[in-house]
Design a protein around this ligand. Sequence first.
Ligand code: ATP
Length: 433
Amino acid sequence: MDKNKLENIVSLAKRRGFIFQGSEVYGGISGFYDYGPLGVALKRNVVNLWWKTFVEDAENMFGIDAAIIMNPKVWQASGHVDTFTDPMVECSKCHNRFRADKIDKKTCPNCGAKDSFGEERQFNMMFRTQVGPIDDDNALAYLRPETAQGIFTNYKNVVDTIYPDLPFGLAQVGKAFRNEISPRDFIFRMREFEQMEIEYFVDPENWENEFEEWIKRIHNWLDLIGLNKNKVHELEVEESERAHYSMRTVDFEYDFPIGKEELLGLAYRTDFDLNNIDKKSGKSMEYLVKGTNKKFIPHVIEPSFGLERTIMAVLSEAYTEDEVNGEKRVFLKLPVQLAPVKICVSPLLKNKPELVDKAREVYSELKKKYGAVMWDDNGNIGKRYRRQDEIGTPYCVVIDFDSLEDQSVTIRHRDDTKQERVKISEISKYIKL
Ligand code: ATP
């Protein structure tokens, strides 16, 4: 466990405008976080890469974007109303409540009282709200605790409209809400977060092969976002620990600075959800295999990625300290595709109009081409490099007096701080995005 590292990441995230505590001006609110300009860019890059990898690059994957609030029958049928609970205990002295399975119940982690906990009770984590102007039981609705049900409820709509061959997958990225008893560890356990989920519909005869394929795809993805293979672990979840709907679950754990913890899950949900919908809605969820009489309710393999946990893993992996010219340096070794800013352009000196003009010219051209390009002429060049290192900018382009003569610039590389002279007309060839 490297709590120090986590603190460094939290402080960098705040200092440089990645992630802020939610409602900070009013003293914050536990379990909620806000993204600043660089955090938004990083989050988008993760989502876009995920979407490209799993949806755009696949032939049999399609997108869904369902409403967050759904008919409460969804959560009855799915089992969430009855079973989406965590065990909770309350300290009889300070009245703080804790997740019973996450603490040593001999001593209260808040006030230190000994043997102060009473009976465990089950706490349902769904946030409740009211739909419409009359506040009675009929108006009760929930904020979705997972995005998955928005996919299952649209399964039939998709089959009726585009009738894809099995296997096919439906993907969704969106908010999920869980009233966690003890939110903790920065963006690891939050009350409002985002999931990137896929429901992959298969012929039950093939579920085992399909499951294995998903294990491989997930490893490829984790590789793509730069996670060290040695820090990624598969955990075969025992039956007693599995969610009520799952016949097999493999959790993918990562060595976060807080220890080895779940990054994402892969579950074989069988036909549990579609079967429930079939029964409770009275509408058939059967799939007729084209050109045959074979009909069945498809089974489902579900890779479920937490967006914030992905971001936390990416930041933990990328956060690096080294020494340059005898000085400590902090930099984010982000994969280029995820870096919020790809290129920073500067004139060597800010008070020399001829340099500024030339640098502006280069900046406009690169900005048009790559979008995520930053202009920075604050402070001296060393400070600019440090600032860009801290936010993980892979390339810094500097225009100096020689540039006016030889139409070349200096390109400085984030990871090894090496500098190269490159013709302005050839920058795009040199920069690999
Ligand atoms: P945990 O055991 O850590 O509570 P879980 O097994 O309940 O997680 P799932 O229901 O499988 O989680 O949700 C799928 C993914 O959603 C998780 O692997 C995780 O990445 C993410 N996730 C779940 N709960 C939270 C949360 N409170 N904050 C941030 N991400 C979460």
